[in-house]
Design a protein around this ligand. Structure first.
Ligand code: OGA
Ligand code: NI
Length: 338
Protein backbone atom coordinates (compact mmCIF):
# COMPACT_ATOMS: atom_id res chain seq x y z
CA UNK A 1 0.00 0.00 0.00
CA UNK A 2 1.29 3.41 -0.90
CA UNK A 3 -0.24 6.39 0.81
CA UNK A 4 0.86 9.94 1.22
CA UNK A 5 0.93 9.86 5.00
CA UNK A 6 3.19 7.83 7.28
CA UNK A 7 0.42 7.07 9.76
CA UNK A 8 -1.19 4.57 7.40
CA UNK A 9 -0.73 1.46 9.48
CA UNK A 10 2.17 0.32 7.31
CA UNK A 11 5.16 -0.88 9.31
CA UNK A 12 8.43 0.16 7.74
CA UNK A 13 11.40 -2.12 8.20
CA UNK A 14 13.72 0.18 6.25
CA UNK A 15 13.80 3.90 5.94
CA UNK A 16 12.68 4.82 2.43
CA UNK A 17 15.42 6.48 0.40
CA UNK A 18 13.69 9.86 0.22
CA UNK A 19 14.02 10.29 4.00
CA UNK A 20 17.74 9.60 4.26
CA UNK A 21 19.85 12.64 5.10
CA UNK A 22 23.34 12.97 3.70
CA UNK A 23 26.00 11.93 6.21
CA UNK A 24 26.89 15.49 7.27
CA UNK A 25 23.28 16.40 8.12
CA UNK A 26 22.39 13.49 10.36
CA UNK A 27 21.29 13.97 13.97
CA UNK A 28 24.23 12.11 15.62
CA UNK A 29 21.97 11.11 18.46
CA UNK A 30 24.69 9.58 20.60
CA UNK A 31 26.31 13.03 20.92
CA UNK A 32 23.17 14.66 22.29
CA UNK A 33 22.94 15.13 26.03
CA UNK A 34 20.02 16.20 28.12
CA UNK A 35 19.52 19.88 28.82
CA UNK A 36 19.62 19.75 32.60
CA UNK A 37 19.00 23.39 33.35
CA UNK A 38 15.91 24.20 31.30
CA UNK A 39 14.41 27.21 33.05
CA UNK A 40 11.12 26.22 34.67
CA UNK A 41 9.01 29.22 35.48
CA UNK A 42 6.20 29.00 37.97
CA UNK A 43 3.45 31.28 36.68
CA UNK A 44 1.46 30.66 39.84
CA UNK A 45 4.01 32.70 41.74
CA UNK A 46 2.48 35.80 43.38
CA UNK A 47 5.55 37.90 42.70
CA UNK A 48 5.08 39.36 39.23
CA UNK A 49 8.45 41.07 39.18
CA UNK A 50 10.11 37.73 39.82
CA UNK A 51 8.27 36.06 36.93
CA UNK A 52 9.23 38.92 34.63
CA UNK A 53 12.84 38.68 35.71
CA UNK A 54 12.98 34.90 35.20
CA UNK A 55 11.37 35.15 31.79
CA UNK A 56 13.82 37.84 30.73
CA UNK A 57 16.77 35.71 31.78
CA UNK A 58 15.39 32.66 30.02
CA UNK A 59 14.71 34.59 26.81
CA UNK A 60 18.17 36.13 26.77
CA UNK A 61 20.11 33.00 27.63
CA UNK A 62 18.03 30.20 26.15
CA UNK A 63 15.26 31.48 23.89
CA UNK A 64 12.99 28.89 25.47
CA UNK A 65 11.70 27.82 28.85
CA UNK A 66 9.01 25.72 30.46
CA UNK A 67 6.06 27.02 32.44
CA UNK A 68 4.12 25.34 35.21
CA UNK A 69 0.99 26.46 37.07
CA UNK A 70 0.17 28.14 33.79
CA UNK A 71 -3.58 28.37 34.10
CA UNK A 72 -4.39 25.86 31.34
CA UNK A 73 -6.51 23.24 33.06
CA UNK A 74 -4.56 20.00 33.19
CA UNK A 75 -7.66 18.15 32.10
CA UNK A 76 -7.88 20.31 28.97
CA UNK A 77 -4.29 19.50 28.01
CA UNK A 78 -4.83 15.80 28.68
CA UNK A 79 -7.97 15.73 26.56
CA UNK A 80 -6.17 17.59 23.79
CA UNK A 81 -3.46 14.93 23.74
CA UNK A 82 -6.06 12.16 23.74
CA UNK A 83 -8.08 13.57 20.90
CA UNK A 84 -4.86 14.09 18.91
CA UNK A 85 -3.93 10.44 19.40
CA UNK A 86 -7.48 9.51 18.45
CA UNK A 87 -7.21 11.49 15.24
CA UNK A 88 -4.02 9.80 14.09
CA UNK A 89 -5.50 6.39 14.89
CA UNK A 90 -8.35 6.93 12.44
CA UNK A 91 -8.39 4.77 9.32
CA UNK A 92 -6.09 6.16 6.68
CA UNK A 93 -8.93 6.66 4.17
CA UNK A 94 -10.66 8.93 6.66
CA UNK A 95 -7.52 10.98 7.24
CA UNK A 96 -6.63 11.28 3.58
CA UNK A 97 -9.83 13.23 2.95
CA UNK A 98 -8.09 16.09 4.74
CA UNK A 99 -4.73 15.71 3.01
CA UNK A 100 -3.16 18.68 1.26
CA UNK A 101 0.31 19.95 0.39
CA UNK A 102 -0.82 23.54 0.03
CA UNK A 103 0.51 25.67 2.94
CA UNK A 104 -2.11 28.35 2.34
CA UNK A 105 -4.95 26.02 3.41
CA UNK A 106 -6.39 26.85 6.82
CA UNK A 107 -7.06 23.20 7.70
CA UNK A 108 -5.11 20.28 6.35
CA UNK A 109 -3.43 17.04 7.12
CA UNK A 110 0.02 16.83 5.65
CA UNK A 111 3.31 15.08 6.01
CA UNK A 112 6.97 15.98 6.41
CA UNK A 113 7.25 19.80 6.22
CA UNK A 114 6.87 21.33 2.78
CA UNK A 115 6.67 18.34 0.46
CA UNK A 116 6.71 20.38 -2.73
CA UNK A 117 9.86 22.35 -1.81
CA UNK A 118 12.04 20.01 0.18
CA UNK A 119 14.64 17.62 -1.16
CA UNK A 120 14.65 15.17 1.76
CA UNK A 121 11.46 14.29 3.63
CA UNK A 122 10.87 14.22 7.37
CA UNK A 123 9.39 11.44 9.44
CA UNK A 124 6.30 13.34 10.52
CA UNK A 125 2.61 13.68 9.77
CA UNK A 126 0.81 16.77 10.96
CA UNK A 127 -2.58 18.25 11.19
CA UNK A 128 -2.47 21.98 10.78
CA UNK A 129 -5.35 24.17 11.92
CA UNK A 130 -6.09 27.84 12.10
CA UNK A 131 -7.63 28.52 15.51
CA UNK A 132 -8.53 32.17 15.72
CA UNK A 133 -11.13 33.50 15.49
CA UNK A 134 -12.68 30.25 16.63
CA UNK A 135 -16.12 30.82 15.15
CA UNK A 136 -14.53 31.28 11.75
CA UNK A 137 -12.26 28.23 11.79
CA UNK A 138 -13.64 25.61 14.19
CA UNK A 139 -16.47 24.63 11.79
CA UNK A 140 -13.91 23.39 9.23
CA UNK A 141 -11.98 21.24 11.72
CA UNK A 142 -12.23 17.45 11.66
CA UNK A 143 -15.46 16.09 13.08
CA UNK A 144 -13.80 12.80 13.87
CA UNK A 145 -13.07 11.90 16.68
CA UNK A 146 -16.51 13.29 17.58
CA UNK A 147 -15.15 15.31 20.51
CA UNK A 148 -12.44 16.93 18.38
CA UNK A 149 -14.02 20.35 17.89
CA UNK A 150 -15.13 20.79 21.47
CA UNK A 151 -11.85 19.63 22.98
CA UNK A 152 -9.67 21.69 20.68
CA UNK A 153 -11.85 24.78 21.14
CA UNK A 154 -11.44 24.59 24.89
CA UNK A 155 -7.70 23.97 24.64
CA UNK A 156 -7.10 26.78 22.14
CA UNK A 157 -8.97 29.29 24.24
CA UNK A 158 -6.88 28.55 27.33
CA UNK A 159 -3.61 28.44 25.43
CA UNK A 160 -4.32 31.80 23.85
CA UNK A 161 -4.85 33.38 27.25
CA UNK A 162 -1.58 31.89 28.42
CA UNK A 163 0.33 33.09 25.37
CA UNK A 164 -0.98 36.64 25.66
CA UNK A 165 -0.08 36.70 29.32
CA UNK A 166 3.45 35.54 28.56
CA UNK A 167 3.75 38.27 25.94
CA UNK A 168 3.00 40.81 28.68
CA UNK A 169 5.79 39.40 30.81
CA UNK A 170 8.12 39.44 27.83
CA UNK A 171 7.25 43.08 27.08
CA UNK A 172 7.98 44.07 30.65
CA UNK A 173 11.18 42.07 30.74
CA UNK A 174 12.41 44.16 27.81
CA UNK A 175 11.60 47.32 29.72
CA UNK A 176 8.62 47.99 27.46
CA UNK A 177 5.07 48.70 28.47
CA UNK A 178 3.05 45.63 29.36
CA UNK A 179 0.92 45.87 26.20
CA UNK A 180 3.74 46.77 23.82
CA UNK A 181 3.94 43.41 22.05
CA UNK A 182 0.18 43.02 21.95
CA UNK A 183 -0.20 46.45 20.39
CA UNK A 184 2.48 45.89 17.76
CA UNK A 185 1.25 42.44 16.74
CA UNK A 186 -2.36 43.59 16.37
CA UNK A 187 -5.16 41.05 16.42
CA UNK A 188 -3.04 37.91 16.51
CA UNK A 189 -3.69 34.77 14.58
CA UNK A 190 -3.37 31.39 16.24
CA UNK A 191 -2.34 28.22 14.46
CA UNK A 192 -1.91 24.69 15.68
CA UNK A 193 0.29 21.87 14.44
CA UNK A 194 -0.64 18.49 15.82
CA UNK A 195 2.57 16.57 15.12
CA UNK A 196 2.64 12.82 14.90
CA UNK A 197 5.99 11.07 14.58
CA UNK A 198 5.52 7.35 13.91
CA UNK A 199 8.11 4.83 15.05
CA UNK A 200 11.00 5.07 12.63
CA UNK A 201 13.16 2.16 11.51
CA UNK A 202 16.34 4.27 11.31
CA UNK A 203 16.22 7.35 13.54
CA UNK A 204 19.92 8.09 13.02
CA UNK A 205 19.34 8.84 9.35
CA UNK A 206 16.46 11.28 9.46
CA UNK A 207 14.41 13.80 11.44
CA UNK A 208 10.87 14.30 12.57
CA UNK A 209 11.58 17.97 12.00
CA UNK A 210 15.06 19.19 11.12
CA UNK A 211 16.58 22.17 12.94
CA UNK A 212 14.47 25.27 12.41
CA UNK A 213 13.23 28.40 14.11
CA UNK A 214 9.53 29.18 14.32
CA UNK A 215 8.42 32.03 12.05
CA UNK A 216 5.70 33.32 14.36
CA UNK A 217 5.85 35.34 17.60
CA UNK A 218 5.49 32.75 20.38
CA UNK A 219 5.12 28.98 20.43
CA UNK A 220 3.46 26.97 23.17
CA UNK A 221 4.30 23.29 22.92
CA UNK A 222 2.54 20.42 24.61
CA UNK A 223 4.95 17.49 24.56
CA UNK A 224 4.25 13.81 24.73
CA UNK A 225 4.96 12.81 28.31
CA UNK A 226 6.18 9.33 27.55
CA UNK A 227 8.37 9.85 24.51
CA UNK A 228 11.24 12.33 24.19
CA UNK A 229 12.18 13.96 20.92
CA UNK A 230 12.50 17.73 21.22
CA UNK A 231 16.03 19.11 21.06
CA UNK A 232 17.32 22.68 21.15
CA UNK A 233 20.59 24.19 20.02
CA UNK A 234 22.52 25.81 22.84
CA UNK A 235 26.10 27.06 22.47
CA UNK A 236 26.47 25.04 19.30
CA UNK A 237 25.27 21.77 20.87
CA UNK A 238 21.99 19.95 20.48
CA UNK A 239 20.38 19.24 23.84
CA UNK A 240 17.31 17.14 24.60
CA UNK A 241 14.44 18.93 26.33
CA UNK A 242 12.72 16.13 28.12
CA UNK A 243 9.07 16.40 28.93
CA UNK A 244 8.09 17.59 32.36
CA UNK A 245 4.64 16.74 33.72
CA UNK A 246 2.07 19.53 33.50
CA UNK A 247 4.42 21.91 31.75
CA UNK A 248 4.47 23.65 28.41
CA UNK A 249 7.62 24.43 26.50
CA UNK A 250 7.55 28.06 25.36
CA UNK A 251 9.81 29.33 22.64
CA UNK A 252 10.46 32.73 21.19
CA UNK A 253 9.70 32.93 17.49
CA UNK A 254 11.36 35.00 14.79
CA UNK A 255 8.98 37.94 15.29
CA UNK A 256 9.98 38.45 18.91
CA UNK A 257 13.63 38.16 17.96
CA UNK A 258 13.06 41.01 15.50
CA UNK A 259 10.97 43.07 17.91
CA UNK A 260 13.58 42.68 20.65
CA UNK A 261 16.28 43.75 18.18
CA UNK A 262 17.99 40.38 18.57
CA UNK A 263 18.16 40.51 22.38
CA UNK A 264 15.89 37.50 22.57
CA UNK A 265 16.71 34.60 20.29
CA UNK A 266 14.32 32.57 18.25
CA UNK A 267 15.91 29.30 19.27
CA UNK A 268 16.89 26.58 16.78
CA UNK A 269 15.09 23.38 17.63
CA UNK A 270 14.33 20.04 16.03
CA UNK A 271 12.38 16.87 16.65
CA UNK A 272 14.08 13.50 16.43
CA UNK A 273 12.36 10.15 16.14
CA UNK A 274 12.80 6.73 17.69
CA UNK A 275 12.40 3.08 16.75
CA UNK A 276 9.86 2.02 19.29
CA UNK A 277 7.13 4.47 19.97
CA UNK A 278 5.09 7.04 18.14
CA UNK A 279 5.48 10.53 19.54
CA UNK A 280 2.92 13.26 19.61
CA UNK A 281 3.24 16.98 20.20
CA UNK A 282 0.83 19.86 19.90
CA UNK A 283 2.38 23.18 18.93
CA UNK A 284 0.30 26.34 19.26
CA UNK A 285 1.60 29.38 17.46
CA UNK A 286 0.63 32.97 18.16
CA UNK A 287 1.15 34.89 14.94
CA UNK A 288 1.13 38.62 14.32
CA UNK A 289 -1.68 40.01 12.25
CA UNK A 290 -0.78 39.90 8.54
CA UNK A 291 -0.71 43.69 8.43
CA UNK A 292 1.32 44.12 11.62
CA UNK A 293 4.49 46.06 10.98
CA UNK A 294 7.31 44.33 12.79
CA UNK A 295 10.49 46.19 13.60
CA UNK A 296 12.89 46.48 16.51
CA UNK A 297 11.07 48.24 19.37
CA UNK A 298 11.88 51.97 19.37
CA UNK A 299 12.96 52.13 23.02
CA UNK A 300 15.51 49.38 22.31
CA UNK A 301 17.15 51.24 19.48
CA UNK A 302 17.63 54.51 21.28
CA UNK A 303 20.86 55.44 22.97
CA UNK A 304 23.30 53.98 20.53
CA UNK A 305 21.91 50.56 19.58
CA UNK A 306 21.12 50.37 15.90
CA UNK A 307 18.09 48.53 14.58
CA UNK A 308 19.42 45.21 13.28
CA UNK A 309 16.32 44.49 11.21
CA UNK A 310 14.34 46.56 8.79
CA UNK A 311 10.60 46.91 9.21
CA UNK A 312 8.43 44.34 7.44
CA UNK A 313 4.88 43.12 7.54
CA UNK A 314 4.18 39.66 8.88
CA UNK A 315 2.53 38.76 5.56
CA UNK A 316 5.81 39.53 3.80
CA UNK A 317 7.75 37.44 6.28
CA UNK A 318 5.45 34.47 6.19
CA UNK A 319 5.56 34.32 2.41
CA UNK A 320 9.33 34.26 2.51
CA UNK A 321 9.32 31.56 5.18
CA UNK A 322 7.21 29.10 3.21
CA UNK A 323 9.14 29.75 0.00
CA UNK A 324 12.27 28.29 1.57
CA UNK A 325 13.38 24.95 2.83
CA UNK A 326 12.99 24.55 6.58
CA UNK A 327 16.61 23.95 7.47
CA UNK A 328 18.18 26.71 5.44
CA UNK A 329 19.66 29.81 7.05
CA UNK A 330 17.58 31.78 9.52
CA UNK A 331 14.74 33.45 7.65
CA UNK A 332 15.39 36.69 9.59
CA UNK A 333 18.72 37.00 7.79
CA UNK A 334 16.75 38.21 4.76
CA UNK A 335 15.36 41.11 6.79
CA UNK A 336 18.56 42.56 8.20
CA UNK A 337 19.49 46.18 7.70
CA UNK A 338 22.43 46.48 5.38
C1 OGA B 1 7.07 22.70 15.57
C2 OGA B 1 8.05 22.02 16.44
C3 OGA B 1 8.63 20.27 17.99
C4 OGA B 1 8.12 18.99 18.50
O1 OGA B 1 5.98 22.12 15.36
O2 OGA B 1 7.39 23.79 15.07
O3 OGA B 1 9.12 22.54 16.57
O4 OGA B 1 8.64 18.54 19.52
N1 OGA B 1 7.72 20.89 17.08
O5 OGA B 1 7.22 18.41 17.90
NI1 NI C 1 9.17 24.56 15.77
Amino acid sequence: MDTKVLSSGVQYSNLPESYIRPESERPRLSEVSECEDVPIIDLGCQNRAQIVHQIGEACRNYGFFQVINHGVALEAAKEMAEVAHGFFKLPVEEKLKLYSEDPSKTMRLSTSFNVKKETVHNWRDYLRLHCYPLDKYAPEWPSNPPSFKETVTEYCTLVRELGLRIQEYISESLGLEKDYIKNVLGEQGQHMAVNYYPPCPEPELTYGLPGHTDPNALTILLQDLQVCGLQVLKNGKWLAVNPQPNAFVINIGDQLQALSNGLYKSVWHRAVVNVEKPRLSVASFLCPNDEALISPAKPLTEGGSEAIYRGFTYAEYYKKFWSRNLDQEHCLEFFKNK
